[in-house]
Design a protein around this ligand. Structure first.
Ligand code: HEM
Length: 332
């Protein structure tokens, strides 16, 4: 009976061979990211039942979720902490993919779909921050409006006066429908390309063994349970931050930690807010087309690796700097 179901549902097609290194932790970071994303979608579905994007009610509805909805505080905590695990694992996934030269031919488009997924994650975190509609959320929106203002007609879609519907309501739609739709679409492309090309070879000596793909899925299920456990414990122990209603015209907060590198740069020159993310994205986009050498060995990729490590350390340094400097005024 169960065998029949397995056949009808195509579960048997998961029994194919993959190289054994595909089961090593660095090669499961993409899968773990996918798990955090799934936790985010499920907890997000629940939160939408209680959140109200009207300016007068947004902040209050989060207080309602936190204080009055049954287990609302827990679901909100899960949502917040899954963002943190996702940010950490997607960054480590990118570093692994870079170090193992998996962006090189024939995986250029897998890499590009990954870069697009990364920018969507940035969009999710930005819009999610605004939805809280506390001082931090309000200031995140002001920064975005300022940036869009500099793009004239091209920034109009994201400006306050594009539509009679309040921008908070429109960003809510972006957060709960446009971004999920685009990310699911891109994920399908990402996973399809991974299946087509197979996992990239190891850069060090491999053992040449092959294993069944279902062993990879079993590993991911274990890591998934562990991730859910970590996220749940954090949700119980540490409450996500939430300030009161925002005060207009004030700049008194810093962005979430993953944007602190940008915040530090903005402290130096406010236009970095526009320049820096675009330069980083452009570099990531162009990487497979600039670094076209076929070697995947670390010692034969000294220039690419040095540049990558310098950028990475600079970003970490800027994040630490952002943590220790006090909030200041930037907008003109
Ligand atoms: C939502 C975000 C992402 C998800 C869910 C995801 C998921 C995955 C999964 C499940 C794999 C299979 C191997 C592994 O787990 O390491 C993978 C491989 C890959 N990913 Fe991602 N990924 C994401 C973001 C990114 C980003 C930001 C990049 C790079 C900019 C990227 C580039 C790649 C490449 C090139 C591969 C092929 C690696 C190889 O063959 O060794 N991905 N991804």
């Amino acid at each position: 009976m169960f065998e029949k179901f397995k056949e009808s549902l195509g579960i048997n097609s998961f029994h194919y061979q993959i190289p054994s290194h595909g089961n090593k932790i660095p090669y499961t970071l993409g899968g773990i990211t996918l798990i955090s994303l799934t936790i985010l979608f499920i907890s997000g579905f629940i939160l939408t039942q209680f959140y109200n994007p009207a300016v007068s009610d947004a902040n209050r509805s989060i207080l309602y979720i936190k204080n009055d909805v049954y287990l609302g505080w827990f679901i909100r905590g899960i949502h917040y902490w899954a963002v943190q695990t996702l940010t950490v694992t997607v960054s480590l996934h990118l570093i692994r993919v870079f170090m193992t030269a998996a962006y090189k031919k024939p995986r250029e488009f897998t890499w590009l779909s990954g870069v697009l997924l990364l920018s969507l994650i940035g969009g999710f975190i930005f819009t999610g921050t605004v939805l809280k509609w506390d001082q931090e959320g309000y200031e995140a929106l002001q920064h975005n409006l300022w940036v869009m203002g500099k793009f004239g007609i091209f920034g109009k879609l994201f400006s306050d006066d594009f539509s009679k519907v309040n921008i908070l309501g429109r960003l809510y739609t972006v957060h709960i429908s446009i971004l999920p739709f685009l990310s699911i679409l891109l994920l399908m492309v990402h996973l399809f390309l991974i299946k087509i090309h197979g996992i990239s070879p190891v850069i060090l000596e491999g053992d040449g063994r092959m294993v069944d793909f279902t062993s990879h899925i079993r590993k991911l299920i274990k890591y998934g349970i562990f991730t859910l456990l970590v996220v749940s414990v954090l949700a119980i122990v540490i409450e996500p931050p939430l300030g009161g209603e925002p005060v207009e015209g004030v700049e008194a907060t810093k962005p979430p930690w993953m944007f602190l590198w940008l915040y530090s740069l903005e402290n130096i020159w406010v236009y970095f807010l526009i320049v820096a993310p675009n330069v980083i994205l452009l570099m990531l986009f162009l990487l497979p087309f600039i670094d076209r050498g076929s070697s995947i060995k670390l010692q034969e990729r000294k220039v690419a690796i040095t540049v990558f490590i310098i950028i990475l350390l600079t970003m970490v340094g800027l994040i630490i700097n952002g943590m220790i400097t006090s909030a200041g005024h930037h907008m003109e």
